[in-house]
Write a protein that binds this ligand. Structure first.
Ligand code: ADP
Ligand code: MG
Length: 388
C-alpha cells in the first residue's frame, strides 16, 4: 500500500496511494466502488447512457469521431501541443464550418488520453465527461465534446487563450502578472470552487493547482482537468474515503494521511495557490534550500508577521501592490492552510473576502497590459539607444 510518487511535469509531483478504509462500512463501500470501476463504460453507447442517467442536460456534449479530431488538430501536429503530462497531450485545434453541419466554428483544446488503455486514464477521462457534462459556470472551462472510439479517449474543450496560471505566473518570458490580475485570478478560481462545493450534488475538485486553472484573454480564471473530481459527502457523512490522489505541495496534510476527502481539502489547496500568487514561488521547488522547498511549510509562520510578510512577496512585483490588500490576502492564505480542516474557511467566505481586494479601475485589464508592454518596449528602446 506504499505511496507512489509519479513525477509528471517539472513542477508536478502527483500523489497516489490507497487509503486505509477506517471501518467495515467503508471497506464495503470501497469494495463496491472497485466493482463499479471494473464496470466502467467502454463504448460510446454506454457512455451516452451513463450521461443520460446522470442528467447532463446542463451542458449537452458533442460526440466527435477520431477522424474529425485529426482534421481539427491537423493530424495532432506536434507544434500544436499546448501542454500535457498526466495521461497524454493537449493540442490546439479549430472546428471549422466544413467539418460537420451545425457545429459552431471555434478554436478548441483537444486532450488526448494516451492509448495505453490504463484503467486510471480511462477513469479520469470519464470523470471529466461526467462532471463537466453536468456542470456549467463562468469559472469552469467548458467541455464541448468527447470522442470514445476504439481505444481513443479524447476531450474537446473551449480554447483558453492565455493558457494556465502556472505558465503565466512562472514564465521567464512573459511580463510578471500585476497584483490586480493575481487577485482577479484568485477571485475567479474561488468562485469556481465555491460553485462546485455548493452544487446540488456537491463536488470536491481534488487537484486544485496552477496548471489546472486556465485563463481567457481577459484573465478570467476557469478550472479545468476534472479527472480527479469526486462527489462530495452526502447526508450525515463527514467525508468520502478515496484512494489518495493529488499533487504533493498542494494536497491537504490530513488527506495525505488518511485519504479522508472533504471540501476543506480543496480549501487547503486554494491556500497554496494563493501563496504562489503572492510570492511567485512554486508550491514545491527542489532547487531551493531544503527548508524553503515546500512553500506552505516555509511561508506559513511568516504570513502573520506584518514586517516579514513584505519580504516574501514576489520581488517581480517591484513593490507595486496595496499593502493592506497584501495583508488581507496573506491572512486569508493563513486561514486556508490551517492544519485543522474544520478551522479553514468555506469557499463562499473566501469569495466574499476576495471581493474587496478586486481593482475596480476603469481601464480594462487587457489595455493595462498593453500599456505596460508599451512602456517596457520604450524602456528597452531607450536602453538600446543609450548603449549606442
Ligand atoms: N482548454 C485549454 N485551453 C488552453 N490550454 C489548455 C486547455 N486545456 C489544457 N491546456 C493546457 O494543457 C495543460 C494540461 O492540461 P490538463 O487538462 O491539466 O491535463 P493533465 O491531465 O495532463 O494535467 C494545461 O496546464 C494547459 O497548459
Ligand atoms: Mg492538469
Amino acid at each position: 500500500m506504499g505511496n507512489c510518487l509519479c513525477r509528471l511535469e517539472s513542477s508536478d509531483y502527483r500523489v497516489s496511494s490507497n487509503a486505509k478504509p477506517d471501518s467495515t462500512r467503508e471497506e464495503n463501500k470501497a469494495m463496491k466502488q472497485r466493482n463499479d470501476n471494473s464496470r466502467l463504460p467502454t463504448n460510446p453507447e454506454e457512455v451516452e447512457n451513463l450521461l443520460l442517467r446522470r442528467d447532463s442536460a446542463a451542458n449537452p456534449l458533442i460526440v466527435f469521431s477520431y477522424d474529425e479530431l485529426k482534421i481539427i488538430t491537423a493530424n495532432f501536429r506536434p507544434d500544436r501541443v499546448l501542454g500535457g503530462g498526466g495521461f497524454g497531450s493537449v493540442y490546439k485545434g479549430f472546428i471549422s464550418e466544413e467539418l460537420r453541419q451545425g457545429l459552431p466554428t471555434l478554436p478548441v483544446a483537444v486532450k488526448v488520453h494516451d492509448g495505453d488503455n490504463s484503467h486510471q486514464g480511462h477513469r479520469e477521462w470519464l470523470a471529466e465527461v461526467i462532471f463537466l457534462g453536468q456542470l456549467s459556470h463562468p469559472n469552469l472551462v467548458k467541455l464541448i465534446g468527447y470522442c470514445c472510439e476504439d481505444e481513443h479517449r479524447v476531450l474537446i474543450y473551449e480554447f483558453m487563450a492565455r493558457g494556465s496560471v502556472e505558465n503565466n505566473l512562472f514564465s521567464k518570458i512573459l511580463l510578471p502578472l500585476p497584483w490586480s490580475i493575481r487577485m482577479k485570478i484568485a477571485f475567479g478560481a474561488a468562485k469556481g470552487l465555491a460553485f462546485l462545493h455548493e452544487a446540488e450534488k456537491p463536488v470536491i475538485y481534488r487537484d486544485f493547482k496552477t496548471s489546472n486553472i486556465l485563463l481567457d484573454l481577459d484573465y478570467n480564471a476557469k478550472l479545468s482537468d476534472f479527472g480527479l473530481a469526486k462527489d462530495g459527502p452526502v447526508g450525515d457523512e463527514s467525508h468520502v474515503s478515496t484512494r489518495i490522489m493529488g499533487t504533493y505541495g498542494y494536497a491537504a496534510p490530513e488527506y495525505i494521511m488518511t485519504g479522508h476527502l472533504t471540501p476543506r481539502s480543496d480549501v487547503y489547496s486554494f491556500g497554496v495557490v494563493l501563496l504562489e500568487l503572492l510570492t511567485g514561488r512554486k508550491s514545491l521547488d527542489k532547487l531551493r534550500p531544503a527548508r524553503e522547498q515546500n512553500l506552505a511549510d516555509w511561508a506559513l509562520p511568516l504570513l502573520k508577521e506584518k514586517k516579514k510578510l513584505l519580504n516574501i512577496i514576489d520581488p517581480r512585483l517591484e513593490g507595486d501592490y496595496p499593502i493592506k490588500g497584501v495583508h488581507k490576502a496573506a491572512m486569508l492564505a493563513y486561514h486556508c492552510l490551517n492544519r485543522n480542516p474544520k478551522a479553514r474557511p468555506l469557499m463562499r467566505d473566501i469569495v466574499d473576502s476576495l471581493e474587496p481586494l478586486q481593482a475596480h479601475n476603469e481601464i480594462p485589464i487587457q489595455k493595462t497590459l498593453t500599456i505596460i508592454s508599451e512602456v517596457a518596449e520604450a524602456d528597452l528602446r531607450k536602453g538600446k539607444m543609450q548603449n549606442h
